[in-house]
Ligand binder design. Sequence first.
Ligand code: UT7
Length: 323
Amino acid sequence: MIRSVVRGNGAALPRRIMKNADFEGMVETSDEWIVQRTGIRQRHVAADDETTASLGEAAARAALDSAGMTSADIDLIILATSTPNNTFPATAVEIQNQLGMHHGFAFDMQAVCSGFVYAVATADLYIRGGLAKRVLVIGSETFSRILDWNDRSTCVLFGDGAGALVLEAEGGAGAITDRGVLAASLRSDGVHKDKLFVDGGPSTTGTVGHLRMEGREVFKHAVGMITDVIEATFGEAGITAEDLDWFVPHQANKRIIDASAKKLGIAEQKVVVTVDLHGNTSAASVPLALSVAVADGRIKKGDLVLLEAMGGGFTWGAVLLRW
Ligand code: UT7
């Protein structure tokens, strides 16, 4: 059978770092509150010349370099984002052009913080369906542009950045020992739409709007939803938590990550945590975390890696792959 195997990965972050203490003069908050409640210590914030397209392009170039490929080798670009450069055209098409790629096709995928997990699962289907051989999967966000900087309950939580993977078709035995994407489970339920949303849009207000979140409500659902979809993924693959080498969760809150890992029985040393460095970068959080764990030598060829995310909608999902 055909498997979608990771050939390369990359990341890009805005130049400017904002520490927790930098918020202390802006809203009523403290480094202590932010660290204790979330684990976040800093986040990167895009300057005017840094956009979802430019960060996504930089991450894509890094991923292509690490794969030893150029955009000429790619058939499809899927960009997971909720902060596109424009309402349309898709920012993926802008990145395609910036990469000098004028063949194949590109589109955006909108599943908020779950976007990258949705995009990897989608890329895998295009590859296994024979519609693409090599796919660039990017998560890129500039949430700083949609934050209400006077709302302390949200503005301290999010950051900007981008990460990317190159996936390529390769023959596999259909076994758990294959490299590539092995299982995926995706979920959504719009009954929760008012708990985490943006209060503007082209077809309603005609404005971009600002992010609004009932944090406590999201928190309440997060661990149950995450563990549920991961257990479904384990079931599909016929594995248990003990078989995993690395757990790379969405980086929204260290307490959610810890509680999910504990409930699933995933050992602490197998959990990749970057929320302290990046904050919540929505669809970029999982590929950014992957890039850190690959760069420092933790994730190696042949390792069994579980990706997970949960976010606005609600949307949630998990992907199991062998690196
Ligand atoms: O990526 C998509 C998924 N998103 C998430 O997973 C986010 C999920 N939610 C969370 O991570 C947490 O709920 C938060 C970090 C957003 C909040 O933590 P919490 O422990 O749930 O705190 P809370 O919302 O219950 O707020 C506790 C107190 C409140 O004051 P009162 O009502 O107890 O007087 C807040 O007003 O903390 C206050 N507060 C703050 N204080 C200092 C809220 N934001 C801040 C702040 N600094 N930045």
